[in-house]
Write a protein that binds this ligand. Structure first.
Ligand code: F6R
Length: 233
């Protein structure tokens, strides 16, 4: 049950997403699942410039690169500080620790998720329809896990690094089941390079080859897309 909202560009998309977050806060949403990447930047700008107060709220992020720490400017921890948390402090923020040993970190993060059920989850989508770093083929039953990033994702993310070689090859990610447990999901996509992924997500069969297609089975999904990302719908 995906409710689609077509906007003219990502600035308007950020405003639409902001309105949904504001409404959820009026209904006492406590735990916010957050994404990184370029897609939520306009939303985070709206939040930074707003009157909203997150000092009694909890943020839980989707994913983090393995092998770089929170001080690394390309880490997702650093991104969140810059984009949101420096301006809008939360009571608690959670993100996988890219320098922590695998087994313990996965267990720790699953416990974080169990203790903090997500009220509103913000998602972007990869050109291959990944959500979080759940690449095609990831089990719909997955919880937090270590991911080998696909070449497509490394290509897409190299723009933030000095060279492709610098892009980490692995990440920790919340699983698909972890994402589906959120009460409400807001997925955003802007630009023509997302049009195929959006079309398959909305109209295609629900298959692990198209991770975001599982959203068809969630009872409260809002999809905010600009005209380009919506062009194949
Ligand atoms: C980021 C994340 C990814 C991105 C996706 C789109 O935390 O989980 O799924 O949302 O790769 O990235 P952008 O927004 O940069 O196109």
């Amino acid at each position: 049950n995906i409710k689609i909202e077509v906007v003219k560009d990502k600035v308007e998309g950020g405003k639409f997403a902001f309105d949904h977050i504001k409404k959820a806060m009026e209904k006492n949403a406590l735990v916010f699942g957050l994404a990184t990447g370029s897609t939520p930047e306009t939303l985070y700008k709206e939040l930074r410039e707003s009157e909203l107060d997150f000092s009694d709220k909890i943020a839980v992020n989707l994913d983090e690169y393995i092998g770089i720490g929170s001080e690394h400017p390309q880490s997702y921890a650093y991104f969140m500080q810059e984009q949101l948390f420096n301006e809008k402090p939360f009571k608690e923020t959670h993100i996988p620790d890219g320098l922590a040993p695998e087994e313990a970190e996965i267990e720790r993060y699953n416990t974080v998720l169990e203790n903090n059920p997500i009220d509103v989850q913000i998602l972007g989508i990869g050109t291959n329809a990944h959500i979080g770093f759940n690449e095609p083929g990831t089990s719909f039953d997955s919880t937090t896990h270590k991911v080998a990033l696909t070449d497509e994702t490394i290509e897409a993310n190299k723009r933030y690094f000095e060279s492709k070689d610098e892009v980490p090859k692995y990440a920790y990610s919340m699983g698909i089941a972890s994402i589906m447990a959120a009460k409400k999901i807001i997925i955003m996509a802007f630009g023509s390079n997302k049009a195929d992924a959006i079309e398959k997500t909305v109209n295609g069969p629900v298959t692990e080859e198209v991770p975001a297609s599982i959203l068809q089975k969630h009872q409260d999904v809002i999809m905010i897309v600009d005209e380009e990302a919506a062009s194949k719908l």
